[in-house]
Design a protein around this ligand. Sequence first.
Ligand code: CTP
Ligand code: CA
Length: 226
Amino acid sequence: RAHFARQHDLDGRRILITAGPTHEDLDPVRYLGNRSTGKMGIALAEAAAARGASVDLILGPTPLSPQGTGINVTHVRTALEMHREALQRWPQATDGILCAAVADYRPETVAPEKIKKTGDGLTLKLVRNPDIAAELGQQKQPGQFLVGFALETENGVENARGKLERKGLDLIVLNSPRVAGAAFGHDTNQIQLIDGNKVTSFELKPKREVADDILDRLPAHPTPSP
Ligand code: CTP
Ligand code: CA
C-alpha cells in the first residue's frame, strides 16, 4: 500500500499491542529479564496510530516510549501484570499484535528482603508464566485478528508455524537474532510473515517500515468490536 493510501486505512480500529521485555522479580532489588527494548512494538503502535487506529500499548520496562497521539500506554513490569492488562483489554480490541518478549518463567517466590550472599552457589526455583498469546487466541471472537511474533535461532519457519497453530494466531512475524541488524535493540529488522498458507520474506529495513508491512496484513473489513 502506498503511503497516501495508508493514512486513514485503520480508522475505527482498536489495536492491542504488547511490547518490551518483562522483569520477573527475585527480591526488592533484583529481577530476571531479557534483551528486548520494545522498539518494534513501539514502532507498531506509532505506525498504527498514524494510520488512524486507536492503540492500547501494554509496555514492559524500557526507557523508550511512543511519540504522537492515539496511543494509550499502560506500563507493566512482570508477565503477570502484562497478562492481566492484556486480557482485560482484548474484548474491546479489533486486532491484537503480541510483540512483547514475555518471560516464560518467573521465580516461584519473591523474597521480601534482599537475598543475602551465603553458600558457594544459589539455586532458583522458577515456575511457568501464563501464555498471553495463547489465552487471547483462545478467547478470540469472530472478526478479531491476532498477530504473534517468533524469535528463533533454528528451524524458524517450522517453529513459527507451530506457534501460529498452537496459540490460535492468524499471522506470525518471524525474526532471527542471527541476521545482522535485526531484532533486539536494533532500529532495523528483517522479517518473514507466515500464515496458514504462505511465507512472505522482506528485506532488512527500518522498524517503522516493517511495522507498516505487518499492519498491511490486517484484514480490510473487520467486524466492529462488541
Ligand atoms: N507470548 C506471550 N506470552 C508468553 C510467551 C509468549 O504472549 N508467556 C507471545 C509472544 O509475545 C510472541 C509469541 O507468544 O508473540 C511467541 O513467543 P515465543 O517466546 O517465541 O514463544 P513460546 O511459546 O514462549 O516458545 P519458546 O519455547 O520458543 O520460547
Ligand atoms: Ca518464550
